[in-house]
Design a protein around this ligand. Structure first.
Ligand SMILES: [Mg+2]
Length: 249
């Protein structure tokens, strides 16, 4: 059930949805169009089980891994290579030993299991994009490693729905402003759609765009953040699923 809340005011009655036309819809990919984080969580579970640390609990190992991931991402960005580096760093820091070739090979196998996954589209994505692409301009805006994200898009079979694809290293307000400029977007008719408050919703609102927040039950912990209230002329929708976009666009 869609919760339509254009001004985030709890006292405003929810108006009946009216379909907008000729909008520019910027779309996130990972965990918005297809599954992604569940595979990383599976790899992390394998890593923690394999590490079998004697003094740190699984939760403590996970928290340390989160710290390692923040540091690695700051140094070398997102992606599988970066994730592998974080696992190795986490191992070496918690065991206070250099990693052995055998252990390194096992960590490699955990990360290769992610790369080998088929693209699993979220429910109703193809049908929804078919309708949206007829009435709106769709631009994919997915952060991460350009090669990895481009490869996933090709394997997804969704590229034909998008008039452009942007793969920035990070998604912040400055990046959204540059997307607006590069693609001549009218902010009053442009929406960012995604599952991450930190990367999709808050920076897009800060850049003056509207936003559609579609939470995913397994959103990566490093993407968690409170959703900012929209201000001024920006609007925010929160939907339970991707196909609910068709009620509004
Ligand atoms: Mg995402």
């Amino acid at each position: 059930m869609a919760r339509y809340n254009p001004c985030m005011s709890a006292t405003s009655p929810a108006p009946a949805p009216t379909r907008l036309t000729n909008q520019t819809l910027l779309m996130d990919a990972d965990d918005t169009l297809w599954e992604n984080n569940i595979y990383f969580e599976q790899a992390i579970a394998s890593f923690i089980s394999d590490l079998d640390h004697k003094t740190h609990s699984p939760r403590q190992v996970r928290e340390h891994l989160n710290r390692c991931e923040r540091a690695t991402i700051a140094a070398q960005g997102y992606g599988i290579q970066s994730f592998r580096r974080s696992l190795v760093d986490c191992f070496e820091q918690l065991t206070e030993t250099r990693i052995t070739p055998e252990r390194h090979a096992r960590i490699l196998s955990f990360t290769e299991a992610i790369s080998g996954k088929e693209i699993q589209l979220l429910s109703g994505v193809v049908e929804t994009l078919q309708h949206l692409a007829r009435r709106h301009r769709l631009i994919l805006v997915t952060k991460g490693d350009v090669g990895e994200q481009t490869d996933k898009l090709e394997r997804s079979g969704l590229q034909a729905f998008f008039t452009a694809v942007e793969v920035p290293a990070e998604k912040n307000a400055a990046v959204y402003r540059s997307v607006i400029e590069q693609h001549h977007c009218d902010p009053s008719a442009t929406w960012m759609i995604g599952n991450s408050p930190k990367s999709d919703i808050n920076p897009a609102l800060a850049a003056g765009l509207h936003a559609v927040f579609i939470p995913h039950a397994c959103t990566w912990v490093l993407e968690h953040e409170a959703v900012d209230p929209p201000s001024g002329l920006t609007r925010l929708l929160k939907l339970d699923s991707f196909p609910e976009l068709l009620a509004f666009f």
